[in-house]
Design a binder for this molecule. Structure first.
Ligand code: SF4
Length: 376
């Protein structure tokens, strides 16, 4: 696929666990000097005592003293006011096929511009993008790009959508929501790929301007969230329910890591919960882990484990179950849940053939959940 860019490949993507096929835009003239003191007044915080404030953006609800930052290191208390240090300071912009998000049920095969910054509110030991996600903004030489310029760049590059992913987009909420608002005005599709730790109020506000969300459901075991990600499962489940209530398109990623979250009884419980609370039409991607960051002693996920999970998902009634990070696997395609015919063919994240017509199977007219058209 011609991605329309001739710039250097820069970053690894979470979904693949191998080198990115995308291209990252980094205009050297716009790189800021490390440590530059920038910021924008944050949304979603309250004063608790004098200049002590509480951030209300994610499940951590950090209490932050004057001059200090929250757990994510990108939200700083300046004289009793919370400031985002990554507004208009992306770490990079990257153009990829939409399938790489992964987002399989949204206008397949189009070019997507992905925005990301430094930082995360989780501490996953297996993070593929740890050099970005576990850094403070002054450690990565961010670019200068306003939300308006990001939208213009996306249009200039012929993209149909803008996504917020690679690092956790909650931590750059102020930029994300402004980009999404402006992008919608220009007819672009908008999405984000999140760990699901965002609080309910900002999520509801954000969803007004999003067409779709990909959520990492890392495990159905709270112990995994605590020990591997320094996070919590329940807020992620709340996020999933809120997205479903909003009516926006939702896809789920479950990265299966050998010995840590490959228990089929847990996977069955998770699939059962998804069917009950989110619906059987929710696409799920069981993706292959490759040794990374602090988990280099573990092997890649055996393909048969992913296939077992896929069978569990199907037996619980999930209609769209994918195997990710395995090149050439037959579970990379979309099959009609009613007649069983192959309706979207992919090779890894490259679209080969899309037969969905007006959001339905061309063979039996079964409606296929997703977003199947865009205005540009
Ligand atoms: S967004 Fe950052 S500062 Fe706010 S609660 Fe979450 S980790 Fe803490």
């Amino acid at each position: 696929m011609d991605l329309g860019l001739n710039r250097r490949i820069f970053l690894k993507r979470t979904f693949l666990g191998c080198l990115s096929m995308g291209a990252t835009i980094r205009f050297l003239s716009s790189v800021t000097q490390a440590g530059e003191h920038f910021g924008k007044k944050a949304m979603f915080f309250k004063k608790v005592d004098g200049n002590l404030i509480q951030c209300e953006l994610c499940f951590r609800r950090c209490t932050i003293g004057e001059g200090r930052r929250g757990f994510c290191r990108v939200r700083e208390n300046r004289k009793g006011e919370l400031h985002s240090l990554v507004y208009a300071r992306p770490a990079g912009l990257q153009i990829d096929p939409i399938e790489l998000e992964p987002m399989y049920h949204m206008v397949p095969g189009h070019k997507n511009l992905c925005v990301y910054t430094a930082s995360c509110n989780f501490r996953c030991k297996h993070c593929q993008n740890w050099s970005i996600s576990q850094s403070a903004p002054e450690e990565i030489n961010p670019m200068k790009y306003t939300p308006k310029e990001i939208v213009e760049e996306s249009l200039r590059q012929g993209c149909k959508s803008i996504s917020h992913s690679i690092n956790e987009p909650t931590v750059f909420f102020e930029m994300m929501i402004e980009v999404a608002q402006l992008a919608k005005q220009k007819g672009l599709l908008t999405l984000c790929h999140t760990n699901g730790g965002i609080a309910r109020a900002p999520l509801i506000e954000l969803l007004k301007f999003l067409d779709g969300v990909t959520v990492d459901l890392k495990s159905f075991n709270p112990k995994f969230y605590k020990e591997i990600s320094e996070a919590k499962l329940d807020p992620v489940l709340d996020t999933l329910r809120t997205i479903r209530e909003s009516g926006k398109h939702l896809e789920i990623v479950n990265l299966i890591i050998p010995t840590l979250n490959d228990d089929m009884a847990d996977i069955r419980k998770m699939c059962r919960w998804i069917v009950s609370y989110l619906g059987s039409e929710t696409p799920i991607h069981f993706t292959r882990f490759f040794p990374q960051y602090k988990l280099t002693s573990l092997p890649p996920t055996p393909i048969k484990t992913l296939e077992e999970a896929m069978e569990v998902g199907k037996s619980e009634g999930l209609k769209f179950v994918y195997v990710g990070n395995v090149v050439g696997h037959s579970a990379n395609h979309t099959y009609c849940p009613k007649c069983g015919k192959k309706i979207i063919e992919r090779s890894h994240f490259i679209l080969l053939k899309n037969q969905v017509r007006n959001g339905a199977c061309p063979f039996c007219a079964e409606k296929i959940s997703g977003v199947w058209s865009s205005s540009i």
